[in-house]
Design a protein around this ligand. Structure first.
Ligand code: CMC
Length: 441
């Protein structure tokens, strides 16, 4: 049975679902989540009937029972551990939200200081790890570097490669990864630019320290503007988790084989890299820049996105779950406006984005398919305002998503979930006789 953890037994409804096929019927248990979504438990389906379900892309498959994040795509609701994203983005910091996602509660002052202290303690990389950066060619994609370096970091912590981490070891492992991921990210950027590496400054908080490692020079300390530091906190907070998305499901898939935390999140980085997932934040800016520089009009881009002969999609638009609006996009758009007002700045790409959004939201193609701006539509404009270079955008998403990935890994193991191993509907040849090579056409 999928719902193996005792405390979820209370979710079982008295109602049952009955599936009939030909002369066989099976009665299936039904569970109701705390937000009233209802799921049919099909774990005994194949054993009892020989049937499987078909759901490519898993749009109807509940792959896990989880209490980390809730998304209501119809109403545009996103909550981490019960707290709404709007409240967290307004009042909290990334470190506090990371603690909430990882450990299930907002930290007390003492817990916050303990966790912050662990993050400070683990910022630096082992010097031998710094040599790895020299092995990558110029222009190596930072997402490749990040994924490889997370596995390399694991080699230095054999004591944390166990999947049965107790609470203390999980806190140490997650603090190490959360802290080192920003050091790796900043170093990969410095390496790509041919700049000397800047070591962490323990006086600085999480986001400020990252900006320092990115932008300070040996002869000049980067002065971190608190307005930009806050903007980066908000960017990380809205990305901190998003339930069973492609990369979190990848982390769970890899973790289900009892792979360690480091390699599981490294796999998450690879999944995030793709342009339909985290890579979309770069693609949005590429798209806006092509409109700006090459003089393409918003109407041309919209027409191309609608053209079924083209593979082009309006980047930063559409979502598997959100069919009304993505609350993260709203938060980021609001913050971009505020940021530009405070900084007395502007960005021509913002005007283009607003025009594209307006046209798309009034176009039948987008209305019928319920396609709205997603988190990536405005996030790149925010990152540009902070000064983050384009090739680092998806890396920044990965830093933000790290708490979510680690919490999913831990939850999967706490629930003692079986190894993930879907079935398939085989449509290939039934039998072929082997033909020697020189007799083949
Ligand atoms: N531009 C044009 N058409 C689109 C778009 C888009 N951005 N998104 C979906 N469609 C169309 C799609 O062609 C299909 O049309 P039809 O029914 O005529 O075949 C219909 O809408 C449904 O699309 P789908 O591909 O079945 O939807 P999905 O749930 O599998 O994909 C998505 C969701 C986010 C991958 C997709 O909307 C997309 O490719 N968006 C652009 C990339 C993007 O912004 N990704 C970031 C997602 S949010 C953050 C994250 O998860 O990383």
């Amino acid at each position: 049975m999928v719902v193996s953890v005792e405390r979820f037994q209370k979710a079982k409804l008295d109602d049952k679902a009955v599936l009939t096929f030909r002369d066989k019927s099976i009665t299936l248990d039904v569970y109701q989540g705390t937000q009233n979504e209802v799921g049919i438990d099909i774990t005994e389906l194949r054993e009892k009937t020989g049937l499987i379900t078909i759901d490519p892309g898993y749009a109807n498959t509940g792959s896990a029972v989880s209490d980390i994040t809730f998304v209501d795509g119809e109403k545009g609701i996103l909550k981490f551990r019960g707290y709404s994203i709007e409240g967290l983005a307004e009042h909290s910091t990334f470190v506090e939200v990371a603690y909430l996602i990882l450990f299930g509660k907002l930290p007390t002052k003492d817990e916050y200081h303990e966790f912050s202290h662990l993050l400070e303690e683990h910022t630096a990389l082992h010097t031998s790890l710094e040599h790895h950066f020299n092995g990558f060619p110029d222009g190596a994609p930072p997402m490749a570097i990040l994924s490889a370096m997370l596995n390399a970091t694991a080699c230095h912590h054999p004591e944390l490669l166990d999947t049965e981490l107790d609470a203390n070891n999980f806190m140490t492992a997650s603090a190490k990864i959360l802290s080192k991921v920003r050091t790796i990210a900043a170093m990969s950027y410095r390496r790509s630019q041919g700049f000397p590496i800047i070591h962490p400054n323990h006086q600085l908080k999480y986001c400020a320290n990252f900006l320092h490692m990115m932008f300070s020079q040996p002869y000049r300390e980067f002065q971190v503007d608190p307005v930009l530091e806050r903007a980066l906190n908000i960017f990380f907070i809205v990305h901190a988790d998003h339930e069973q998305n492609c990369s979190a499901s990848t982390v769970r898939m890899v973790g289900s084989s009892r792979a360690n935390l480091f390699s599981s999140v490294a796999a998450g980085v690879c999944a995030l890299w793709g342009p339909l997932h985290g890579g979309a934040n770069r693609e949005v800016i590429n798209m806006l820049q092509s409109i700006h520089k090459e003089g393409k009009s918003a109407a041309e881009i919209i027409a191309l996105a609608k053209d079924k002969k083209s593979t082009f999609r309006l980047m930063g638009f559409g979502h598997r779950v959100y069919k009304n609006f993505d609350p993260r996009a709203r938060i980021l758009k609001k913050h971009v406006d505020k940021l530009f007002e405070i900084l007395h700045k502007s960005d021509p790409l913002l005007d283009i984005a607003i025009e594209l959004e307006e046209q798309a939201l009034n176009d039948d193609y987008f209305i019928e398919r319920k396609l709205y701006p997603n988190v990536d539509f405005y996030s790149g404009i925010l990152l540009r305002a902070i000064g983050i270079p384009l090739n680092m955008f998806t890396v920044l998403f990965a830093i933000g998503r790290m708490p979510g990935w680690m919490a999913h890994w831990k939850e999967l193991l706490d629930h003692n979930q079986r190894i993930n191993r879907p079935r398939q509907l085989y449509m290939g040849y039934t039998h072929r006789d082997f033909i020697p090579m020189d007799e083949r056409d």
